[in-house]
Design a protein around this ligand. Structure first.
Ligand code: ZN
Length: 340
């Protein structure tokens, strides 16, 4: 049982009190994952906002409705952003400017937001389409991945020119409470979480989410990256260093208890996915594109296909990294993965 009196999430415009000095707001998103959780932490004479939602008309309108409604009269001292995905950092520039507050985030989040804001067209670079093609992706899907990436990354207001860097191990004192900054990997690099040992709670961002498995994808700009290795390592660290009965407040879905079980389930899920790939390779080498229907045996829309493809690559790169598998160059210029 959760020790606050809600069994639903706050409706648009509503503010829930999770603990004294810790509020929960939810913004809706125009995606299949149709919302993002925003938290507010009391900081002396004002509040720190945690995450922002995407920058679109509806996103700004939802904030304005809160400022005119449930948050009317509130003072704000800063914006803490957990990571650089647009549903979390999208309105950072707009909020910091509007409220005249500083941005606190990781270096990765700040620099990534700057980069995506200034050069979204880079996502369609030839180097990237070549990378997709080398793993057997059709030109149609490759084009879609690039253009969709651009649209998504455009849901971002102009980032502030400056920020305050937070990193793993820092202690952020807000209103007399000491929040320990933790950095996670896998869903994206340097995703920041806030752990408050005194009150046994964790703002977990998208590192661990109730019921759903956070997306773990190889990005075209880091083709040899091992986000899955990083993700598993981060989950293992959370499980071994934080108590199981910590209240987890994630970037999506409901707050929950059972951190250790959730980490264990996510780790097991990805090991099962690796087993599926290993089994498929028993009949011979496969390209990432050939592994998509093995790991996702159902019809995929092009949009789902792009997520599936980059998620398959997270597993293949991990298996190569552990020495279980290796890459094989095929005569047609594509690459296949095979048992080592
Ligand atoms: Zn998210």
């Amino acid at each position: 049982m959760l020790d606050f009196p809600y069994d639903t999430a706050p409706a648009p415009g509503e503010v829930f009190t999770i603990r004294p000095g810790l509020l929960w707001v939810r913004l809706s998103l125009p995606f299949r994952l149709d919302h993002v959780n925003i938290y507010l932490i009391e900081d002396g004479d004002g509040w720190i906002i945690v995450d922002t939602g995407i920058d679109d008309k509806a996103g700004r309108a939802q904030w304005q409705a809160l400022f005119d409604g449930a948050l009317k009269g509130y003072r704000f001292n800063g914006l803490f952003v957990t990571h650089h995905h647009p549903d979390h950092i999208g309105l950072a520039g707009w909020l910091c400017d509007k409220l005249d507050i500083p941005l606190l985030t990781s270096q990765t989040a700040f620099l990534s937001a700057m980069n995506f804001y200034n050069s979204p067209e880079l996502l369609a670079a030839t180097a990237y389409s070549r990378f997709y093609a080398s793993h057997g992706m059709t030109p149609e899907v490759a084009a879609l991945v690039s253009t969709q990436g651009q649209e998504y990354m455009r849901m971002l207001s102009k980032p502030p020119f400056t920020y305050r860097r937070l990193r793993d191990g820092d202690v952020l004192t807000l209103g007399g409470r000491a929040f320990h900054v933790l950095s996670g990997d896998g869903h994206c690099s340097e995703q920041l979480m806030l752990h408050l040992p005194e009150e046994n709670l964790l703002l977990a961002a998208d590192q661990v989410i109730e019921k759903i498995s956070p997306n773990v994808s190889v990005m075209a700009f880091e083709p040899g990256g091992d986000p899955l290795g990083g993700f598993l390592h981060s989950l293992d660290r959370l499980r071994s260093t934080l108590p199981d009965d910590v209240l987890v407040l994630a970037g999506h879905r409901m707050p929950f208890y059972g951190l250790h079980d959730r980490c264990t389930a996510l780790i097991a899920h990805h090991h099962e996915r690796c087993d599926i790939i290993r089994a498929a390779l028993a009949t011979g080498p496969k390209s990432a594109a050939e592994l998509v229907p093995v790991m996702f045996p159902r019809d995929l829309t092009p949009h789902e296909m792009s997520f599936a493809f980059t998620e398959v690559l997270a597993h293949t790169n991990y298996l190569v990294g552990t020495g279980d598998c290796r890459w094989l160059d095929r005569a047609d210029g594509t690459r296949a993965i095979t048992r080592a």
